[in-house]
Write a protein that binds this ligand. Sequence first.
Ligand code: SF4
Ligand code: SF4
Length: 168
Amino acid sequence: MSLSSYLKDIKDAATSLFEGFAITSSHLVRKPVTIQYPDKTPRPVSDLLPERSRSWLRVEMDICTACLNCEKNCPIDCIKIVTDKDESLGRVMTHFDIDMAKCMYCGLCTEPCPTGAIHFIPEFERAAYSLDSMVERFVPEDGKIVPYKPPKKDKVEEVKVEEAKDNA
Ligand code: SF4
Ligand code: SF4
């Protein structure tokens, strides 16, 4: 090996060493792109999620009509609704369970819901130790919920007319 090629190798090694240090050092002063979760976020993480994120399912039982559309539309049978006849209350729901461990967050159950009772909420911190605790139960144990009855169409029209009169 000639002296000139030996010196060239030393120069190349020093150059690549310097470039490596320069790249590493530049990261020391860059703004981090990651967030220290969960205690150093500017706002709660649920507030930072996109508006239409699919994080967890909730059912507003006070506007659920027990139409079973969501149950029928779930392609993998995550939803189980049980209805019964009560002597004094009439038709009631005794179970409304969603197995979130099975759910694939496709949203197909939310689309046919006539009242918007079943919907996603920006909540995702639901790690659990057992699969059973991932089952969301919207009817309390041994409880009964009377399905919501939406006002009839002509009643809705009447309300609209009244509102229009009030605003005139
Ligand atoms: S999001 Fe999809 S998988 Fe989950 S319960 Fe609804 S329909 Fe079923
Ligand atoms: S959540 Fe909606 S679709 Fe499901 S049973 Fe209730 S009203 Fe029907």
